[in-house]
Write a protein that binds this ligand. Structure first.
Ligand code: IMP
Ligand code: MG
Length: 184
């Protein structure tokens, strides 16, 4: 797997330090409140599990999953749809959505729209990575570990064709890997 990596952009140590600092900040900001953390599947899995284990008060955890269609949409109204919804009642709860990356913003905008309908006290967005250059929706993260430039990255939960989520760092793949998969 390591042979497929072109360049490591964010090391394991850098991630560890940022995630610890973020968990401390969240503990300060949300302590003594009712907090529900909602992880966006599948990309948030690694980040979510490291983050929540460093938050030192009882939080509720749930997950949500959305599909964003590239190109032709199956629905004329939206190009993003929720395909797995939360099961926890978040009415009167503070909600923190955790995702791997804020890219175009389509996924998180739709998730916020859906969760707003359940009358939470507040909704905030927490991402590992922010790729501002490609934004198509008016949305900014409330909490973010790293700003990245417009490069396709994998690792620490982020995938290419569902692979490489298990790399412990964030990296760019070798160009030949991306090209090979297109010609398969
Ligand atoms: P959106 O474009 O903000 O809706 O992001 C949708 C999803 O695309 C994210 O949750 C990621 O799973 C995925 N994504 C966006 N950029 C990257 C990337 O550089 N690497 C891997 N996945 C990405
Ligand atoms: Mg993904």
């Amino acid at each position: 797997m390591e042979n497929d990596i072109g360049e490591v952009l964010i090391s394991e140590t850098e991630i560890k330090n940022k995630v610890s600092a973020l968990a401390q900040k969240l503990t300060l900001d949300y302590k003594n409140t009712n907090l529900t953390i909602i992880g966006v599947l599948n990309g948030s899995l690694v980040f979510l599990s490291d983050l929540i284990r460093q938050i030192h008060f009882p939080v509720k955890i749930d997950t949500i999953k959305a599909n964003t269609y590239v190109g032709i949409s199956t629905s004329p109204k939206a190009d993003t749809e929720i395909i797995h919804n939360i099961n926890i009642n978040v009415k009167g709860e503070h909600v923190l959505i955790v995702d791997d990356i804020l890219d175009t913003g389509k996924t998180l905008s739709e998730i916020i729209r859906t969760l707003s309908g359940y009358s939470p006290l507040s909704i905030k967005v927490c991402v590992l990575l922010n790729k501002r250059a490609r934004r198509e929706r008016e949305i900014e993260p409330d909490y973010c570990c790293f700003e990245i430039e417009d490069k396709f990255v994998v690792g620490y939960g982020l995938d290419f064709d569902n692979r490489y989520r298990n790399l412990p760092y964030v990296a760019v793949l070798r160009e030949s890997i991306m090209i090979d998969s297109k010609t398969l």
